[in-house]
Design a protein around this ligand. Structure first.
Ligand code: ADP
Ligand code: MG
Length: 238
């Protein structure tokens, strides 16, 4: 668990500024959803928080410590990607343990972490299988398992459900929320899907063209949208 403070963070690609000083304070254990139309800068912001992309200005602060210059592996953050990022020629157990192996952990340590994550995710019977032998939902759980085994302080999700069908998406939303309840970990979840934001978030950050339009609970955004953009975006079906 960790608090996360994004302080006036900006990003420019050459002369093109795509994030114009975004600030979000996230207390320990909160589930924050970053929502906005395609191209508004959600992935760029998340990648800067993860350390996968250098920030142009501002600070990323985890538990009171500025981490701007730390490489991703030293940030205690894990990012969950879409399930198609799994290694096809590795088993479920190998997929889940890979980051720990790269970190030089011992086999007993890795096996223990993988087993615990598999229990949380209902993947114990599937540890010896390959990704192609799993359903879409199981594959997405393996993608989450890869993050859980690292026991991070913060989880980042970048549209993890966007390649799943509608029914599975609804189920996985509930599973991710349940995961958050069990782990009580700070999570930042990116989506362009308003329904996902409204049903999953403790608080929602609405982004537009690299700027924060509003931050608030789903109810606040629905009842008291700050402007027509928020009202239209939150009010329209996905
Ligand atoms: P989102 O995830 O909300 O769809 P992105 O963060 O991917 O948006 O992109 C935000 C903006 O930054 C877009 O206008 C995109 O074209 C631009 N962008 C993203 N990556 C690069 C890059 N490597 N070079 C130049 N522009 C980029
Ligand atoms: Mg994106």
């Amino acid at each position: 668990m960790a608090s996360m403070n994004i302080v006036n963070v900006g990003k420019a690609y050459g002369s093109l500024t795509v994030i114009h000083g975004v600030s979000v304070e996230i207390p320990d254990g909160e589930f924050v959803v970053l929502v906005g139309p395609s191209g508004c800068g959600k992935s760029t912001l998340l990648r800067m928080v993860a350390g996968l992309e250098p920030i142009t200005f501002g600070d990323v602060v985890i538990d009171g410590k500025v981490v701007n210059d730390l490489p991703p592996k030293d940030r205690d953050i894990a990012m969950v990607f879409q399930s198609y990022a799994l290694y096809p020629h590795k088993t479920v157990a190998e997929n889940m343990g890979f980051a720990l192996k790269m970190r030089g952990e011992t086999k007993p340590f890795i096996d223990e972490r993988v087993r615990k994550a598999a229990e949380i995710l209902d993947l114990v019977p599937y540890l010896a299988r390959y990704p192609r032998q799993l359903s879409g939902g199981q594959r997405q759980r393996v993608a989450m398992g890869r993050a859980i085994v690292r026991d991070p302080k913060v989880f980042l999700f970048d549209e993890p459900l966007s390649n799943l069908d509608a029914k599975l998406r609804v189920q996985m939303r509930a599973e991710i929320k349940e995961l958050q309840r069990r782990l009580a970990t700070t999570m930042i979840y990116v989506t362009h899907d308003q329904v996902e934001a409204m049903t999953m978030a403790d608080r929602i950050v609405v982004l537009r063209d690299g700027r924060v339009e509003q931050i608030g609970s789903p109810l606040t955004l629905y009842d008291k949208p700050a402007n027509i953009f928020v009202a239209g975006f939150i009010g329209s079906p996905s």
